[in-house]
Write a protein that binds this ligand. Structure first.
Ligand SMILES: *Cc1c(COP(=O)(O)O)cnc(C)c1O
Length: 418
């Protein structure tokens, strides 16, 4: 469900015509719907209403300051994976007590910054990291709240690049060593053992793997309690999919499924949704430059490219493509939608049926809110796209398109010797 819809054959973002945004801001442009973001947060939050819980938006999915501010104002906490994300949160006015820090490679500087900010907890992913956090905490004379991220060793049935819950992945501590880890962590005076966490992957479209993970972590929490380690938080990660093409369960069904094995544990549940909050709250609007017909294929060459949205080639991801203006009686054609970048992987869709787009017309790449702009690069010296947030009749430019100077400002022209 989202607030991008047609009125008189014209695509609108809430109350604003997409065509007007493109005319004013140029293309390619990311457009987000504030109403959709708020609705998604509310629906997800309500799904967990039956449990003591905190939602920590996994901000790596879409980390613009205004998006963080919007979620923060709704009571969201944040799941961060770098000091840059920590600083974005703080800049957007987030409450540090609602920040959890995940990731396998936290540096000393990142650990120190997070400790000084007073975050809720570190999700620890290895033994050396555990000792490193203790060491940094000791140096700063602070106590580090930690949660151990366990790898539940299961197959979430998603793309291998976004599958994190199998024991062959780099994430989490092995299931077989969990109790040793807790016993060891308990002996470290500079740590405060507050939780257990897990995150099994992304774009998961079935409740089965979540239930399996829930059952495994519930068993661990119970045994830890019996061993005298009473945890305060159980962080269940994120990973719920969105309907790119698949049909994932709605948040209420997901929450009911995962909460069932967690009943009666006496812990606060932390959920880290990313994609499901922002995925279909954003579109990437691009203009058709050329229609190129070869003897075997039709290519719709657009001004957006893989540097703007890399998901199709990186994850074999499917994004629906809608015409911004619908024309009655246009025949369908089968075409590849490709960008100007010099790579064959530069496509938004392949062999897709489309209503015969013509030069100068606009296309909307749907469900581009998550892992879209955040993965954008300047490859081919292309500026990163502008980002616009629509709220009812109002549009806010929340990030301007890169200028050429933005791209070269840190480069130096060497004074050569010869
Ligand atoms: C990426 C990530 C998330 C969010 O995943 P989604 O699939 O976007 O919900 C949550 N927790 C951790 C630790 C992550 O790395």
């Amino acid at each position: 469900m989202h607030y991008f819809a047609y009125r008189n054959n014209e695509l609108y973002a809430e109350e604003v015509a997409v065509r007007d945004i493109a005319a004013q801001i140029g293309t390619p442009v990311y457009i987000y719907s504030a109403g959709t973001l708020r609705r998604h947060f509310r629906v997800f939050d309500e799904a967990f209403a039956g449990a003591d819980h905190l939602i920590c938006y996994a901000m790596k999915a879409l980390s613009n300051l205004s998006i963080l501010k919007l979620f923060g104002a709704m009571g969201s906490g944040f799941d961060i994976v770098s000091v840059g994300e920590l600083m974005r949160c703080l800049r957007a006015g987030a409450d540090p007590k609602k920040i959890v820090f995940s990731g396998v490679g936290k540096t000393d500087e990142e650990i120190a910054a997070a400790l000084q900010a007073g975050i809720l907890m570190f999700n620890v992913e290895s033994r050396p990291e555990l000792y490193r956090i203790a060491e940094v905490a000791r140096r700063l004379k602070l106590k580090a709240p930690v949660s151990l991220r366990v790898n539940p060793d299961l197959d979430p049935g998603t793309h291998p690049h976004i599958s994190t819950g199998h024991r062959t992945s780099k994430f989490g501590i092995p299931l077989s060593e969990v109790f040793d880890y807790y016993a060891e962590a308990r002996g470290l005076a500079d740590l405060e053992l507050v939780g257990l966490s897990t995150h099994i992957g992304s774009q998961i479209t079935d409740t089965g793997p979540f239930i399996e993970a829930g059952e495994k972590v519930a068993t661990i929490v119970r045994r830890l309690k019996a061993d005298g380690i009473a945890l305060r938080y159980l962080d269940i990660g994120g990973g719920l999919g969105i309907p790119y093409q698949e049909e994932p369960p709605p948040p209420a069904e997901y929450a009911a499924a995962i909460l069932k094995p967690l009943a009666g544990l006496g812990v606060k549940i932390i959920a880290e949704p990313g994609r499901v909050l922002v995925g279909n709250a954003g579109i990437l609007v691009t203009r058709v430059l050329y229609v190129k017909q070869t003897d075997v294929k039709r290519f719709i060459v657009v001004d957006g490219a893989m540097n703007d949205l890399i998901r199709p080639v990186l994850y074999e991801a499917y994004h629906a493509i809608w015409p911004v203006q619908k024309f009655e009686g246009r025949p369908g054609v089968i075409a590849d939608v490709v960008g100007p970048v010099c790579e064959s992987g530069d496509f938004f869709a392949q062999d897709r049926e489309l209503p015969d787009p013509r030069d100068g017309e606009l296309l909307a790449v749907m469900s581009a809110g998550a892992y879209g702009f955040v993965m954008a690069s300047n490859y081919n010296s292309r500026p990163r796209a502008a980002e616009v947030l629509v709220e009812g009749k109002t549009m806010h430019v929340i990030r301007e398109r890169d200028s050429f100077e933005d791209q070269v400002q840190r480069e130096k022209l060497v004074e050569f010797q010869s």
